[in-house]
Design a protein around this ligand. Structure first.
Ligand SMILES: Nc1ncnc2c1ncn2[C@@H]1O[C@H](COP(=O)(O)OP(=O)(O)OP(=O)(O)O)[C@@H](O)[C@H]1O
Length: 266
């Protein structure tokens, strides 16, 4: 099962079109061709993005003028200390939160996968789970079967198609969750700390799957939030956030050098 958004995310303080605080659910008649692309080589362009969160009376700035560019077809990692705004930025990119101001131009639709696969892998078998989100589109059985198979192939889980989901390891469940998102043909994959609870083998299995997706599908971009520095070796580029801003973007090696200067054990 996946969480997806097909809303346009070109937003400003007056022009945001996504629903605040919830998933944008496309109408039943939507075809999966509702693709929107930014005009450049970049899948994501964000400028001076600002968002305050909290209660009506007490709000505090969480995104503080974010600037970010992500190359289409890349695996882009987002790092930074706890509470710096990484998850919030992903939610804005996916249309789950509406910014107060700023510009976003991002390929759509987008698909989310979260830290805990138990919240997303809910069907009894792998195939049923990957097919779950497709129920809202007008697709034939053959089209659903083809989408399920090709999505599972991209995450190296085709052989598990008929397995009961409760028999899978944590990493296999994460790969099923990613396949569920992929089946809906997103152009932007938003992946929030998928490997936090995984052992090293599962961690690298999931990373390898995401790398495989962006290598095979140059129209799909993945933004991967992580605290685990060793994952940078899989990235095409990385950004570091602090206090609601992106303070560094560069190659994985440049990112490591930047974080070493901050005293991180990279
Ligand atoms: N709905 C909300 N209302 C109020 N504050 C919020 C809300 N959501 C997030 N915050 C606050 O915004 C800040 C950024 O949160 P966010 O989850 O984006 O950080 P993060 O960088 O992903 O952190 P972590 O690495 O710990 O997951 C935190 O201080 C958090 O408490």
């Amino acid at each position: 099962m996946s969480t997806s958004s097909s809303s346009s995310s070109s937003s400003s303080s007056t022009g945001a079109s996504a629903a605040a605080g919830g998933v944008t659910v496309p109408p039943a008649s939507l075809t999966r061709s509702a693709v929107r692309r930014t005009s450049s080589l970049n899948s994501v362009i964000v400028h001076d993005l600002r968002l305050k969160l909290g209660s009506r009376d007490v709000k505090r700035p969480v995104l503080n003028g974010v600037d970010l560019q992500v190359r289409r077809g890349s695996l882009h990692m987002l790092l930074g200390p706890n509470g710096c705004g990484k998850s919030t930025l992903l939610k804005v990119l996916g249309g789950l939160l509406v910014p107060d101001s700023g510009l976003i131009d991002a390929d759509q639709p987008s698909g989310f996968v979260f830290q805990n696969p138990d919240h997303q892998v809910v069907m009894p078998t792998v195939a049923a789970d990957v097919a779950f989100g497709l129920g809202r589109y007008e697709l034939t059985e053959e089209e659903v079967a083809a989408a399920v198979r090709s999505s599972l192939r991209l995450v190296n889980m085709e052989d598990f198609m008929y397995r009961a989901t409760h028999t899978l390891s944590g990493g296999q469940r994460q790969r099923v969750a990613i396949a569920g998102a992929l089946a809906e043909d997103p152009k932007l994959l938003l992946l929030d700390e998928l490997t936090t609870f995984l052992d090293r083998e599962d961690q690298f299995g999931v990373l390898g799957a995401v790398k495989n997706i962006t290598s095979q599908r140059k129209d799909v971009t993945a933004i991967w939030v992580t605290h685990r520095f060793e994952e940078l070796q899989f990235a095409d580029a990385a950004s570091y956030m602090e206090n609601g801003r992106v303070v560094f973007t560069g190659t994985p090696d440049e990112a490591k050098a930047y974080m070493r200067k901050l005293g991180a054990p990279v």
